[in-house]
Design a protein around this ligand. Structure first.
Ligand code: NOJ
Length: 535
């Protein structure tokens, strides 16, 4: 980081999915003491911070994103003392800690929702959520559809004869909160302070674009005529889904921004560089810059690379557009190739191409997010339907297989599954053929993906952080993108042909052993990347 830049501007942030990182007590699920004991792995990778997916009290219907007590630790992960110890250990190792905050909804097991169910229509208890009477014909108040499939409304029949519906954009066990209710805003401020006071350095904000809803009592009709109502068909392509979601009255409304302005004041009152990154799937992408205006949040995820094809021209446009639009609001870019919600990069593009893409992306200015296991080149695992846990699988009646394949526990060492992750039966089976992918197997192999990430992040820290903007050289023609940054030239070949590129430098790092630089010529085989020291 260059002088004067905040710590997050060019940070490497390692996402830990707590249930799948390391199990310390043999119950088959990862936990906080397991994270604490394995943070050295994150430090040795060269990360600056960790982001933990939720570990709060939760019935775990949606991987902990159904929070029953946002200021409590779920017993499956340990207790508050374990959280404190984990944060302290991370700080000792020089790692900052971001925790997830889930403000769009609570679990139906949260005390507030239980109170709302036993209270009457029109009560204070119900006003913290979105409870409405049915339409005259008894159907839900509007035609919105849950993102996990099925209607976004569930009916509650009470003994007083009332039969209101409540809104849930996700699973029926995740009732949406009503952000027009001051209790909701007050409670979240309490939660933010709670984790900051415990030592956290910031937050990842779940569904940051969803908190404000408009026109709840009106059916939504898609203005582009793509459908006569909001129909998120399970078979729909993600592109069409994105287009549809861009016009819905429950995402990316102006009403979310005052919330983040208030949060920003709270962060700044800590006088210690607190930051937050927004999960905001918005369309068109330029809308994302509204979340990082100078009195709002510090980062917003850029999801383009999570769904981008391995195509140089496409990648050039997506990276360049992102840098341009963020420059206008003076916010750092964020680059993520995998997370717990999308197929892993190694499955999307294959092992070789995913190494190349990762190497290329690690040289970009901005912040780089790495999802646990990405540094091992883990693919998505095949999961038997009987083992699946994702509510999206159940709500779509199996049409969408869900996200479990990207959430399989980490292989650490040893010759047999579960490869040191747990002394018990892991909550999702770890494939036998991940033996070669374990941390210890890869540590022993100089050409492994793990060692590639380690070397890249070391060079990045020593030479690229603070090196300023990039100067594009190739824009995707013939499958090649390249740029100069600081003392390096960075190349990515997405084609399947070998490229010979005249070069005056020395090869600092190639994504594979077949990348070479001899006699002034860089050999860049198909699906490889290179970092060349040019000065
Ligand atoms: C986004 C989270 O990343 C995802 O895992 C979760 O299912 C939804 N938000 C709902 O909280």
């Amino acid at each position: 980081m260059s002088a004067g830049e905040p710590w997050w501007a060019e940070s490497v942030i390692y996402q830990i999915y707590p249930r799948s990182f390391f199990d310390s007590n043999g119950d088959g699920e990862g936990d906080l003491p397991g994270i604490t004991s394995h943070l050295e792995h994150v430090q040795s990778l060269g990360a600056d911070a960790i982001w933990l997916s939720p570990f709060y009290t939760s019935p775990n219907k949606d991987g902990g994103y159904d929070v029953a007590d946002p200021r409590g630790v779920d017993p499956r992960f340990g207790n508050l003392e374990d959280a404190r110890a984990m944060i302290a250990r991370a700080h000792q190792l020089g790692l900052r800690v971001l925790v997830d905050i889930v403000p769009n909804h609570f679990s139906d097991q949260h005390r507030w929702f239980k109170d709302a169910i036993s209270a009457k229509p029109g009560s204070v208890e119900r006003s913290r959520f979105h409870f409405y009477d049915p339409k005259a014909d008894g159907t839900p108040p509007n035609n919105w559809i849950s993102l996990f499939g099925g209607p976004a409304w569930t009916q509650v029949k009470s003994s007083d004869g009332s039969a209101q519906y409540y809104l849930h954009l996700f699973d029926s066990s995740q009732p949406d909160l009503n952000w027009d209710n001051q209790d909701v805003a007050d409670d979240f401020e309490k939660t933010l302070r709670f984790w900051l006071d415990l030592g956290a350095d910031g937050f990842r904000i779940d569904v940051a674009h969803g908190l404000a809803k408009e026109n709840i009592l009106v059916d939504h009709h898609d203005p582009q005529g793509l459908s006569d109502a909001l129909r998120l068909d399970v078979e729909m392509s993600s592109e069409k889904r994105g287009e549809l979601l861009s016009s819905v009255p429950f995402f990316d409304r102006d009403g979310v921004h005052p919330i983040y302005r208030n949060w920003r004041k709270l962060f700044d009152s800590y006088n210690r560089d607190v930051m937050a990154v927004a999960e905001a799937w918005v369309h068109p992408p330029v809308r994302a810059t509204r979340y990082v205006r100078n009195d709002e949040l510090q980062q917003v995820f850029n999801f383009d690379l999570l769904v981008a094809p391995f195509d140089a021209a496409f990648l050039y446009k997506c990276i360049n557009d992102t840098l341009e639009m963020l420059r206008r609001v003076n916010a750092p870019a964020t680059w993520a190739l995998s997370n717990h919600d999308t197929p892993r990069v190694a499955s999307r593009h294959g092992a070789k191409a995913s190494r190349a893409l990762a190497l290329f992306v690690m040289a970009l200015p901005g912040s780089c997010y790495i999802y646990n296991g990405q540094e091992l080149g883990l693919p998505d695992a095949e999961i038997a339907d009987a083992d699946r846990q994702d509510p999206a699988f159940f709500r779509t009646k199996g049409v969408h297989k869900g996200r479990d394949g990207a959430r399989v526990p980490m292989p650490w060492n040893g010759g047999q599954t579960p490869f040191g992750f747990s002394s018990g039966k892991p909550w999702l089976p770890i494939p036998e053929n991940w033996r070669e992918l374990s941390v210890s197997a890869q540590e022993a192999d100089a050409t492994s993906t793990l060692n590639l990430y380690r070397k890249a992040l070391k060079i990045r820290k020593e030479n690229l952080v603070g090196a300023g903007e990039i100067e594009w050289v190739d824009h995707g023609e013939s499958g090649l993108i390249s740029f100069a940054r600081g003392e390096f030239a960075i190349y990515l070949n997405t084609s399947s042909t070998v490229l010979q590129i005249p070069s005056v430098g020395t090869l600092a790092l190639g994504s594979d052993i077949d990348v070479t630089l001899e006699n002034g010529s860089l050999t860049l085989p198909g699906a490889t990347a290179a970092w060349v020291a040019i000065r």
